[in-house]
Design a protein around this ligand. Structure first.
Ligand SMILES: Cc1cc2nc3c(=O)[nH]c(=O)nc-3n(C[C@H](O)[C@H](O)[C@H](O)COP(=O)(O)OP(=O)(O)OC[C@H]3O[C@@H](n4cnc5c(N)ncnc54)[C@H](O)[C@@H]3O)c2cc1C
Length: 204
């Protein structure tokens, strides 16, 4: 799984400036008062100053992870590779350790694992896909035999506030581990760029 930061706009000072424009003020460097203001804004749901800063990622993850993350909609934009048009080599997410079911269903899985190889299943899916393409079937139909473990790629852009909401929900232990792995990488990258804002938003 890969999370690559493609671009970003703004910094902690942009958040402060968006808030302080109400009083006609503008800062160049962060002060202690500005850090306090950021905390206040986050704690009191004044979200709009955090929406002037933005991030863009290119993410590679299995379909089942993408399917969960695409549910986050407000303040985010998503463009994904299309297997209607692309019929290049298929890649799979292939764990060798499989988590056992948890007693509490809501937890998703336990920490206990077993070893299991699904390589033959993946090889069979890939071969069937290629057989269909070789028979002249359109990629948009041939893809129907590809499993949820297939890797997909997307550009994900959005506001700082929206990505903080994603991380607040998906870095938590009740989120699926594989989805946490993507959210955790976003968490690290956003924290580097917006240390004060990110800390304030991730506390909420
Ligand atoms: C652990 C976990 C398990 C989940 N399980 C499931 C599941 O089993 N099935 C499933 O379908 N989804 C599931 N979800 C997805 C979940 O229901 C949300 O769709 C997802 O978390 C996106 O939430 P968001 O607040 O970022 O939504 P966004 O759509 O980005 O919305 C952001 C915020 O805007 C507001 N908002 C958005 N739309 C409306 C609206 N129509 N009316 C009023 N306010 C709105 C809400 O305050 C919302 O929090 C799960 C999520 C998590 C974290």
């Amino acid at each position: 799984m890969e999370v690559e930061l493609i671009d970003s706009m703004g910094n902690d000072a942009s958040v402060v400036n968006a808030a302080r424009v109400s009083f006609g003020k503008r800062i160049k460097e962060m002060s202690e008062g500005d850090t306090k203001l950021i905390k206040y804004l986050a704690q009191h749901n004044h979200w709009s100053p955090f929406a002037h800063a933005s991030l863009q990622f290119r993410i590679k993850a299995p379909v089942f992870v993408a399917r969960q993350l695409v549910k986050h909609q407000v303040g985010l934009v998503w463009n994904e590779v299309s297997r209607r048009y692309v019929d290049s080599e298929v890649e799979f997410y292939e764990p060798t350790e499989w988590r056992l079911a948890a007693e509490n269903k809501k937890q998703g899985s336990s920490d206990e694992t077993i070893k299991f190889s699904v390589a033959p299943t993946h090889a069979w899916c890939k071969q069937t896909y290629e057989n269909l393409l070789n028979a002249g079937v359109a990629p948009e139909m041939a893809r129907m035999v590809l499993p949820q473990s297939m890797m997909t790629e997307w550009y994900w852009s959005g506001t700082l506030y929206a990505f903080a909401r994603v991380c607040n929900l998906r870095c938590k232990p009740d989120a699926q581990k594989e989805t946490q792995m993507v959210a955790d990488q976003i968490d690290v990258l956003a924290k580097e760029l917006f240390p004060n804002s990110w800390e304030a938003l991730r506390d909420v």
